[in-house]
Design a protein. Structure first.
Ligand code: ATP
Length: 459
């Protein structure tokens, strides 16, 4: 199912309303970077909190981590990233602009599944595919996406290290630490939310493909003969998470990744794809990584990363199931799912973001009906303070007229607008200490006693 919203609508709303700005915008930007503004960070944190609750807090078999972004470079040699974390690159021979070779082929409707580098090169030449500027391409070659940096005052080969390209590495190297500190029994997992960096050849599609990204990842360690059942469990968990945060379920699809397209370490991978405005693309990955990583790190570090099973008195390297979630792609899928336009009774277009309450930047907004009546303001501030203590993310808005405030809150996805009016103060004695609460999605209003507001908006 394609959602009708366009990327232009999403990007413009994100900028206008303070969700996401172009990175370093006043300097002309920096490709592949975006800055999250006040509402974007609120949305992002809510997504991360829901994820952490589901996968860490609500479980007994998960250990949270926050490993350093900078790691000993040997770890990335062992994992295979230094040698092989690359994408196919082609260069426009005239402008020297660089592109992903597979993306150029896909744009020309040429299937790239399982295709080798040499075949990509041959296909670009055979089909005479030109760059977006209409020029010929050079040869296709591999481009390593690891972002390098150097540590310390002296810059030579020995000071080179990398900004991690995925959070996973930090968990594998801490496997033994967690085992020693907590003596968990298999199966158990490690979970982490954090930044990762990829020198993407062609960052594009807003926050979909960026160079500085954020991931929510789990490495779930299992006995080798139980990998399939644990894979299935996480498959269901991924679906439940997409539902929890409010992604349009019809827009989420599974793609069984073919043998020849899987990462070198994986024996089975399902990509969860989403119908973004620019097409169906990867949202999350679920991979069976076998014992590849622990084995490689054991060999390279000389530290045995094995598990001793008390019952069977055997020692072995556990296998790994890895669900990997991109925070930015979740946020973009959420914006795509939530964006609605309806005609109001006057025939005007009303735009709103239908976020579930748990992810909306603001849970509710409180307003006085008029902003020049001190008695209304005093009461509205009272209601606001009471709700803010309870929920934290409550807005107070007395700018412009009430219609404008509703529009503003609709556009940022605030589920409830609460208005203090003269009836609240007892102009109609029957309505003393009641407020109106307006529903974002239907526009319907109800009168609710102030004491009951918390219960009302919690439901
Ligand atoms: P793609 O094929 O789109 O480049 P990938 O297969 O390389 O993605 P993984 O290495 O499986 O991605 O990374 C796990 C998750 O991290 C992805 O499913 C996605 O949500 C997120 N992710 C990866 N690369 C990026 C990026 N450049 N920008 C934003 N999110 C990303």
């Amino acid at each position: 199912m394609e959602n009708n919203v366009s990327m232009e609508q999403i990007i413009s709303l994100c900028k206008r309303r303070g969700f996401i700005y172009q990175g370093s915008e006043i300097y002309g930007g920096l490709a592949g970077t975006w800055d999250y503004g006040p509402l974007g960070v609120a949305l992002k944190r809510n997504i991360e909190q829901l994820w952490w609750k589901r996968f860490v807090l609500d479980r007994e078999d998960m250990y949270g981590m926050d490993a350093a972004i900078l790691m000993n470079p040997q770890a990335w040699v062992a994992s295979g990233h230094v040698a092989g974390f690359s994408d196919p690159l082609v260069e426009d021979l005239k402008t020297q602009k660089r592109y992903r070779a597979d993306h150029m082929l896909e744009a020309a409707n040429i299937d790239t599944k399982g295709i080798s580098l040499a075949d990509m090169d041959a296909a670009i030449k055979a089909h005479k595919i030109l760059s977006p500027d209409g020029n010929a391409f050079g040869d296709v070659r591999q481009f390593n996406m690891m972002l390098q940096t150097s540590l310390g005052a002296i810059q030579d080969d020995s000071s080179i290290t990398y900004l991690r390209p995925e959070t996973a590495g930090g968990m594998f190297v801490n496997f033994k630490n967690v085992l020693d500190s907590f003596s968990p029994k298999l199966p158990f997992g490690m979970a982490q939310i954090g930044k990762a960096f990829r020198n993407e050849i062609a960052p594009r599609d807003f926050i979909f493909r960026v160079r500085e990204l954020e991931q929510m990842e789990i490495e779930y360690f299992v006995a080798p003969d139980t990998w399939a059942e644990n894979f299935e469990k996480f498959r269901k968990e991924v679906w439940s998470f997409t539902q929890d945060i409010g992604l349009t379920q019809d827009a989420v699809h599974e793609l069984e990744v073919a043998d020849e397209d899987r990462a070198h370490y994986s024996k089975r991978t399902i990509d969860f794809e989403f119908d973004f405005p620019f097409g169906r693309k990867e949202l999350y990955g679920l991979a069976y990584r076998t014992d590849y990583d622990l084995k490689k790190h054991s060999e390279a570090s000389g530290t045995e990363l094995a598990y001793f099973d008390e019952e069977t008195k055997t020692r072995f390297i556990p296998h790994v199931i890895e669900p990997s979630f991109g925070v930015g792609r979740t946020l973009l899928a959420l914006l795509t799912s939530a964006y609605k336009e309806v005609q109001d009774e006057k025939g005007e277009t009303r735009t709103y973001l239908a976020f579930p309450s748990a992810v909306a930047p603001y849970r509710a907004c409180v307003s006085p009906l008029l902003k020049n009546k001190p008695e209304l303001i005093t009461k509205a501030r009272e209601v606001f303070t009471m709700l803010k203590k309870q929920f934290g993310n409550i807005a107070y808005d007395d700018n412009g007229n009430i219609g404008k405030r509703y529009r503003r809150q609709d556009e940022i996805g605030t589920p409830w607008c609460i208005v203090v009016d003269f009836d609240t103060l007892g102009e109609n004695p029957d309505l003393l200490d009641t407020v109106t609460i307006r529903n974002r999605d239907t526009g319907a209003q109800e009168r609710v006693v102030i004491q009951d507001i918390v219960k009302y908006i919690q439901q």
